[in-house]
Design a protein around this ligand. Structure first.
Ligand SMILES: [Zn+2]
Length: 306
């Protein structure tokens, strides 16, 4: 095992109480402790017990593993890489309470270069903040990464819903609702209408919000509107192989593109059966070990309307 220090970078995920991402960015121990306590849901006292582990200079995976076990099973996964080794190391620790822990794994930061000066960024916790950010090593600009909004339409026509078969990756050849990233300068409603026009060449009207679905793991928020066709015309746009209307009982649940679409259509079919269409809010959490392209590797937390 490498004898050089392995500095630590905490997971940027707000929901993650069980994962570390250890990288090469050095952090002062006080910063580490301040950040670790809320992450581990500990007061400062239990962590003082671990000071002998000397977080600023962890040396081996066995010492890190020892720390995890000493915390009584609050973790289920640990990833780290050593600045002095060419290859990152991974290990898992299945704690006793890991089943109740959110299955969230730290994401790799996506901003590598400064958007102002082009300098390289590094992940640090800026003064006065609690999370790591991509900070420019040249000009010091802090780059904030926030969730993206995906907007789309569940188009109803003669008791059927309009689905598009994807002509692009990811999930090429799988069915989806017309939806995509919202653009600056448009409302969610305008974005959903635009995506439906682009993907299904369909003009819609009478939009009403049907579901908000948060996916913290990938930093996305879906807002899906129910809508009606302005005219009974639709055809595949440039991102679709084909477009088709499906009765609720014929929706191809085995070949839907994304977890968000599966969840939306499940809720829709249940509402139709119950004769009560309402607004839904829920959160999708990817299951531990599930790939991001596995549309069934997830759990859903529903917030029932009071
Ligand atoms: Zn810069």
């Amino acid at each position: 095992m490498c004898s050089k220090p392995i500095p630590i970078l905490l997971s940027p995920s707000a929901r993650c109480y069980c994962c570390f991402l250890l990288q090469r960015t050095p952090l002062h121990f006080q910063t580490m402790r301040r950040s670790l306590n809320p992450l581990l849901q500990l007061s400062s006292t239990p962590l003082r017990h671990c000071q002998s582990l000397s977080f600023g200079s962890l040396h081996s995976s066995s010492r890190i593993e020892g720390f995890l076990k000493s915390r009584g099973g609050a973790f289920h996964r640990l990833e780290f890489s050593c600045a002095y080794r060419s290859k990152g190391l991974r290990m898992s620790y299945n704690g006793s309470d890991s089943s109740s822990a959110p299955s969230v794994v730290a994401r790799k930061p996506s901003i590598s270069f400064c958007q102002s000066c082009g300098g390289q960024t590094k992940q640090v916790i800026p003064d006065g903040e609690e999370r790591t950010r991509a900070v420019c090593t040249i000009c010091g600009k802090i780059h904030y990464e926030n969730p993206k909004m995906v907007v789309g339409c569940l188009v109803e026509h003669n008791g059927k819903v309009l689905l598009c078969k994807r002509k692009i990756q990811p999930s090429y050849g799988f069915w989806t609702l017309p939806a995509g990233f919202m653009e600056i300068g448009e409302s969610a409603l305008e974005g959903a209408s635009r995506e439906t026009l682009e993907e299904a060449c369909a003009e819609v009207e009478g939009l009403s919000p049907f579901a908000q679905i948060d996916i913290p793991r990938i930093g996305q928020v879906y807002l899906i509107f129910r809508a009606k066709l302005k005219t009974p015309n639709f055809s595949p746009g440039s991102e679709s192989l084909e477009c088709q209307l499906f009765s609720p009982e014929d929706i191809p649940f085995d070949s839907l593109a994304f977890s968000s679409i599966i969840v939306t259509l499940r809720m829709y079919v249940e509402d139709i059966k119950a004769g009560n269409l309402k607004f839904h809010y829920c959160t999708i959490n990817k299951r531990r070990g599930a790939s991001m392209t596995d549309p069934n590797g997830f759990d859903v937390d529903y917030l029932s309307p009071s």
